[in-house]
Design a protein around this ligand. Structure first.
Ligand code: MG
Ligand code: MG
Ligand code: MG
Length: 305
């Protein structure tokens, strides 16, 4: 029977490439795996797939009765709706412990590194399985994306090591230049609708019974957002109401200045101000050095909610 391998809702490059790389590894180990995805492929991931000649995994949002591996998430809020009716065989992830549980024992590869594909690389090494050249190229890109070309505070020595080794397998000489090329693709925010932008890299969290949505856009120059903040706020307002969310935060991250302009719509501004020790002005604040949602935003929100 087929086993599906997939990442979180609103998949990013780590989730898509991770589904492909983990499914490939498991196949070499004799399992009938198929990589899938829970949502649309974003422009950065499309760039990566095109560059290395891969097709996007098939779209599949329901998994009742199936056996699955999860990669790059273990939160119920980022899972398919019927995840409780699936058998989770294993989880490969680099996030905080989530709220999913299982009825049977499972395989867990969870490590505090900057990218799930770093862990998949370590799994390839563990099982002594060769990584195809183009797959290694995609995994290189996934690590460069998740670690923001090694600038994110989530980046570890294991990530840089895995990335360099993968780049070598892929025959990529200047992987940092490839990373910049990727982030320039990512910075093209003008060809998308404002709603698409808010949802491009968006995650919901359950904090103390409240639904908190946090989106992030990483660009090489924040000025691309200068004329669209009002429209972004109005889409955030709609999503807040539609999804019955307590708060919506949008991180506009400048990867060159290494900081984040945080846009906030919430039922209680003082909670957010307390979380980050700041004052919001027009529902915004500049957070220098902040680049990581999982390490520099979510833990502080968890504390106040
Ligand atoms: Mg991810
Ligand atoms: Mg990831
Ligand atoms: Mg990210």
């Amino acid at each position: 029977m087929a086993i599906y391998v997939f990442g979180h809702t609103t998949p990013d490059s780590d989730s898509i490439v991770g589904a492909i790389s983990l499914a490939y590894l498991k196949k070499q180990l004799g399992e009938e795996t198929i990589p899938t995805r829970q949502g649309e492929v974003n422009p950065e991931t499309t760039f990566i797939l095109d560059k290395f000649g891969y097709e996007a995994p098939e779209l599949k949002t329901s998994y009742a009765g199936e056996s699955v591996y999860l990669i790059d998430f273990m939160e119920r809020s980022q899972s398919p709706k019927d995840i409780d009716e699936a058998t989770i065989l294993g989880i490969v992830d680099h996030h905080k412990l989530g709220d999913l549980t299982t009825a049977t024992p499972l395989e867990m590869w969870v490590r505090p590194v900057g990218c799930s594909n770093t862990i998949v690389k370590q799994m390839f090494d563990f099982y002594d399985i060769e990584i195809p050249k183009d797959l290694a190229g995609m995994m290189t890109c996934a690590i460069l994306s998740d670690t923001v070309i090694f600038k994110s505070p989530t980046c570890t020595k294991e990530d840089t090591k895995a990335c360099k080794e993968l780049a070598q397998i892929a025959g990529i000489e200047d992987y940092k230049a490839l990373g910049m090329e990727m982030f320039i693709v990512k910075s093209d925010v003008l060809s998308a609708t404002k709603r698409e932008l808010v949802l491009r890299d968006f995650k919901d969290f359950n904090m103390g019974g409240k639904k908190i949505g946090v989106g992030q856009l990483e660009v090489v120059d924040l000025s691309v957002f200068d004329d669209m903040k009002d429209e972004l706020f109005s889409e955030m307002q709609k999503l807040k109401e539609e999804g019955d969310r307590d708060s919506i935060l949008l991180m506009l991250t400048d990867i060159m200045q290494e900081g984040t302009q945080l846009l906030v719509l919430t039922d209680d501004n003082s909670k957010i101000e307390e979380a980050f020790g700041v004052k919001l002005e027009n529902n915004q604040v500049w957070l220098p050095k902040v680049m990581s949602r999982k390490k520099q935003i979510i833990p502080f929100l968890e504390k106040v909610f």
